[in-house]
Design a protein around this ligand. Structure first.
Ligand SMILES: [Zn+2]
Length: 185
């Protein structure tokens, strides 16, 4: 089943490595003022991941040693300030779309996300996300176009990838700018 990926610690570790590598790249570029970027990482407590697994929840963050400006490298693990892992937001909204109340409730229990939270996420995908620059970039990749009312599930269906895992990683890479300060909304 597709949701079993959310119980796989190795998948979360893989996403961690992508974030770590990207944060290092950004750090090596340095600040736009020419100053050096120092690590200003912090821990987050994301919900919805594999039960009992010890996962590194570090949110990579950088701070300029000269102008003190903070820089948040894009992340494939966190979707803005949401308290759940980004992949949980993506997968739970996808799986629950169009389900009747009974099956929907059963699924939300399995996923460990309250129904109301998923409804709120769905609302975000349908109304706020289509207004973002990230969506305009992503939308341009698909022909015929993806209808916004089919978000986010249609992305998973349409993305060309070997398996669900690769598809999720690709989509999270597209969404990653939403986790930076400038694109956050
Ligand atoms: Zn600076």
């Amino acid at each position: 089943m597709t949701q079993s990926i959310l119980r796989d610690p190795a998948f979360f570790h893989f996403l961690f490595c992508i974030d770590q590598e990207h944060a290092l790249e950004i750090r090596l570029q340095g600040c736009s003022c020419g100053g050096p970027l120092h690590q200003a990482n912090y821990k987050r407590k994301p919900k919805g991941g594999p039960h009992g697994a010890v996962l590194d929840t570090t949110r990579f963050s950088l701070c300029c040693g000269v102008c003190r400006q903070r820089c948040m490298p894009a992340s494939v693990r966190f979707l803005g300030r949401r308290v759940y892992w980004g992949v949980v937001v993506l997968m739970a909204t996808t799986l629950c779309a169009g389900l009747g109340l009974g099956r929907g409730q059963k699924l939300t229990q399995q996923l460990g996300v309250p129904v109301l939270t998923i409804l709120r996420w769905r609302q975000w995908w349908l109304t706020d996300f289509p207004m973002t620059k990230v969506w305009r970039n992503v939308a341009g990749r698909f022909l015929p176009p993806v209808t916004t009312s089919d978000l986010p599930g249609e992305l998973l269906k349409r993305v060309v990838a070997d398996d669900v895992r690769s598809a999720m990683v690709m989509i999270m890479r597209w969404l990653a700018p939403l986790s930076t300060l400038t694109e956050a909304r």
